[in-house]
Design a protein around this ligand. Structure first.
Ligand code: SAM
Length: 280
């Protein structure tokens, strides 16, 4: 008989789904990694019981974390990904012909090893000669970096454990320092529906606004993530995502996306009123 898993978003709510087979479960020094097969979402990766990605809809999160920033920067040659060990973000970064180097800094090597076995369609991006995979703490990695990257993408777990520091001012300031004079930073910024996360979302927004002249939060509808609405925050030193030349917007159609398109590129930055109030 199939079992059920509940991914708890707070003590009072969660997403439940049926599991047809448990395929992998191991603990690394950082977290417990599980792969389960589900009738609804295909293969699912859980970290400490929290849903990270599903075969069915990983494209939404990964396209929306990567493409708006890489389209906004006119020449994103050197890109840094913090976290993202499954390589789903890396795969989308490498779709951009301007990218010459993509460094992925994931704290937990076991996440990438598991992705190699269970999500080869994502992990294969790591074989691209432009990709460099490093396994270390992204916070420590950035400490001595200056004016090196065109784009930094933070593809982190929720703000607990090793990812907690990825939501703090000191890390955001290190990202700012590691970016070139026209660089762009984009962070996954959690679900605005989860009450306990709203102060963190607001603080990240305030911190980014004190560091960067252009800060543009945007949303995506992700059915398997907490409450189905996800926030990202793009912070830019020079380029605005809302002032793209027509030929850059046209380039979106060549990316072969399943969620992101030129209409969404603009529409995603128009926030629901309750989200605007959280950020105010
Ligand atoms: N890309 C995924 C998705 O579809 O939602 C999920 C996120 S990815 C698996 C998040 C990764 O961030 C985890 O593998 C975790 O180990 C990594 N991580 C957490 N804290 C980190 C840190 N301080 N430095 C580097 N990586 C970190």
């Amino acid at each position: 008989m199939n079992s059920w898993h509940t991914d708890y978003h707070s003590p009072n709510r969660g997403l439940s789904f049926e599991i047809s087979e448990s395929q992998y479960r191991e603990s690394s020094p950082y977290q417990t990694i599980e792969i389960v097969q589900t009738p609804e979402f295909g293969k699912v990766m859980l970290l400490d019981g929290v849903l990270m990605l599903t075969e069915k809809d990983e494209f939404v999160y990964h396209e929306m974390l990567c493409h708006p920033s890489l389209l906004t920067h006119p020449q994103p040659e050197k890109v840094l990904i913090i976290g993202g060990g499954d390589c789903g973000t890396l795969k989308r970064v490498l779709q951009h012909p301007a990218v010459r180097k993509a460094v992925q800094v994931e704290i937990d090597e076991m996440v990438s090893r598991v992705a190699k076995t269970f999500f080869p369609q994502l992990y294969e991006a790591s074989q691209d000669p432009r990709a460099e995979l490093r396994f270390e703490d992204g916070i420590a990695y950035l400490k001595d970096k200056a004016s090196e990257f065109d784009v930094i993408l933070v593809d982190s777990t929720d703000p607990v454990g090793p990812a907690e520091g990825l939501f703090r001012m000191s890390f955001l300031a290190d990202c700012h320092k590691a970016l070139k004079a026209d660089g762009i930073l984009c962070l996954q910024s959690e679900s605005p529906w989860i009450d306990a996360l709203q102060p963190i979302i607001r603080q990240v927004h305030l911190d980014l606004s004190s560091l960067f002249p252009i800060v543009k939060p945007y949303t995506a509808a992700i059915q398997t993530y907490q409450a189905g609405l996800w926030l990202f925050q793009m912070a830019s030193k020079q380029f605005s995502p809302l002032l793209l030349e027509p030929e850059r917007l046209e380039a979106i159609s060549r990316l072969d996306c399943r969620y992101y398109n030129s209409g969404i590129h603009t529409a995603a930055f128009f926030l629901p009123e309750f989200v605007r109030q959280i950020l105010r």
